[in-house]
Write a protein that binds this ligand. Structure first.
Ligand code: ZN
Length: 139
């Protein structure tokens, strides 16, 4: 069902200082940068082989990442698995009785479609599934 880890999401207060670490010190290549209003974040994807690190900075305090930062501070936010058919995967997860945050896919970075499972269903790890847009992530 999950073909690989698509990315690891890291919550940060500001994108630029995080880029000094991930781009400059770790020498990762920035693959994409985008404001995703639907999720209330500015996001940067950096390539790590065929996977990515996704830096997430909130557009305001009253957003999911803004509330995460207020509660827990910066750090590991979620793990995202790549799937080829997000509707079928969501149905399988629903049938298994797992608690979902998103009953339907929503728009993610780079035109992908994404959905989150509730951390209480996934041993405390906020877990995302991603169906990449054609031509962007089907490594
Ligand atoms: Zn993500």
């Amino acid at each position: 069902m999950f073909s690989r880890i698509d990315h690891i999401g890291v919550a940060v207060e500001e994108i630029e200082p995080a880029l000094e670490l991930y781009r400059d010190s770790f020498q990762l290549t920035v693959a994409h940068r985008e404001v995703v209003r639907e999720q209330g974040v500015e996001a940067v994807l950096l390539d790590v082989g065929e996977s990515h690190v996704e830096l997430l900075a909130p557009l305001g305090p009253d957003t999911p990442v803004g509330r995460f930062l207020a509660k827990q501070g910066p750090g590991l936010h979620h793990v995202a698995y790549q799937v080829s058919d997000i509707e079928a995967t969501l149905q399988t997860l629903k049938d298994a009785g797992l608690a979902l945050i998103d009953q339907q896919p929503r728009t993610g970075i780079r035109g992908s479609r994404v959905a989150f499972m509730h951390p209480r269903a996934t041993v405390g790890v906020l877990t995302e599934i991603v169906e990449p847009a054609a031509g962007t992530g089907g490594h």
